[in-house]
Design a protein around this ligand. Structure first.
Ligand code: SF4
Ligand code: SF4
Length: 203
């Protein structure tokens, strides 16, 4: 008869007292190690929609779509493709908002019935040029910039008007939405091209 070795016997006794080494998943929920690198997740309250994470992602797992059909309520959709992501953490590292806009999570459950459903999105409000209607940036991104620039914000209406509107000091409808070829055009939220044109051509 073959007897178990001492080590195996000790392991068996330990398992009897402490329970098995393997987890009870799927009977019990699996709790990953604190250092586990799960899929990154956007935080809509922290993300300012700057697209830095999209720029640095090595596998193009982050994308965006600007929805301009509703001119009164333009949106930027930030998309994270969970089936493409390799959990490298470059997006979190590059996030301009103190690495809080997108963060690696402990989420490891990545199974999908349909691959086309393997993505997550958040929405951000867009700011359009008040003359030509081109996309300038997300509203939160302009506010983020003005917070960091401090008093220098007041050198550009494109930065200080969103700030004053956010504070409720200036009304949304105070500025005429049409181009009037006068100095008042300069006190609008403008893209770089319209800012240059209004500065050079208005009297
Ligand atoms: S973790 Fe890496 S691969 Fe995944 S979205 Fe971020 S940068 Fe892209
Ligand atoms: S704020 Fe961060 S998460 Fe949001 S778009 Fe910019 S880099 Fe990406």
């Amino acid at each position: 008869m073959k007897y178990p070795k001492i080590r195996e016997l000790a392991e068996a006794i330990k398992a009897l007292i402490k329970g098995p080494y393997t987890s009870g998943f799927p009977r019990e929920p699996h709790v990953p190690h604190p250092n586990f690198r799960g899929q990154p997740k956007f935080d809509a309250t922290q993300c300012v929609g700057c697209l830095a994470c999209e720029e640095v992602c090595p596998v193009e797992a982050i994308a965006h779509r600007d929805c301009l059909e509703d001119k009164a309520n333009p949106k930027r959709i930030m998309i994270h493709y969970t089936d493409t992501c390799i959990f490298c953490g470059r997006c979190e590292e590059a996030c301009i908002n103190d690495h809080l806009g997108i963060r690696l999570s402990g989420d490891w459950e990545l199974s999908f019935f349909e691959r086309k459903d393997a993505y997550e999105t958040i929405e951000k409000d867009l700011q359009l040029c008040e003359i030509c209607g081109d996309v300038i940036a997300c509203k939160d991104h302009l506010l983020w910039l003005s917070e960091r620039l401090g008093e220098l914000t007041y050198s550009s209406p494109t930065l200080y008007l969103p700030r004053l509107r956010d504070l409720g000091i200036v009304d949304e409808n105070l500025v005429a939405p049409v181009k009037d070829d006068h100095r008042s055009d300069r006190v609008k939220i403008l893209c770089a091209r319209c800012r240059r044109e209004t500065t050079l051509t208005t009297k």
